[in-house]
Ligand binder design. Structure first.
Ligand SMILES: [Mg+2]
Length: 167
């Protein structure tokens, strides 16, 4: 069984994950978190670099779905310029949102990865349903208090991680 609090890969930014690297690992679908994964939590819209990045994944045959715990309004607004499927209020680490996303992709779960910035939300949730998990460094550590507390709890699990995996 997979270790629940260990990701399969650690990267320092979303842009280090390439279509070639995903395919090398047999992955054709990528579930994306928004906050602190694609943009800082206070940023409402995706920037040009993110729009281009998601398009490049899709153009290379990687399916993408956003799965976020944020509100309908936040997620809808963010996803509009991306032209991407999404699930809001996903209640990660519960697996329901991920399973819906995998269904939308029409892929077996072995071919799907989740990428996010939180060990106890994104990685735990992905491990619970047995998909590939990628943890990245949060974009901005100026976060709300409950998330800062989670960061303290994450520390012992991340002590030996270098966030330098190559895709
Ligand atoms: Mg996040």
């Amino acid at each position: 069984m997979k270790k629940l609090f260990k990701a399969d890969a650690y990267v320092s930014s979303i842009f280090e994950i390439t279509p070639e690297g995903l395919k090398k690992r047999g992955i054709y679908g990528l579930i994306l978190d928004i906050d602190n994964t694609l943009v800082a939590t206070h940023i409402k819209d995706p920037d040009a670099k993110i729009i281009k990045y998601i398009k490049s994944l899709n153009d290379s045959g990687i399916k993408t779905v956003i799965v976020s715990n944020a509100s309908k309004k936040r997620v809808e607004l963010f996803c509009e310029p991306l032209n991407i499927e999404y699930i809001f209020k996903a209640r990660k680490p519960l697996g329901g949102g991920f399973l819906k996303a995998i269904e939308k992709m029409c892929l077996p779960k072995e071919k799907v990865a989740i990428v996010g910035d939180q060990l106890f939300t994104d990685v735990l949730g992905g491990n619970l349903i047995g998909i590939h998990t990628i943890l990245l460094k949060p974009i901005d550590l100026n976060e709300p208090i409950p998330i800062r507390l989670k960061r303290i709890l994450e520390k012992p699990f991340l002590a030996k991680r270098h966030f330098q995996d190559k895709f």
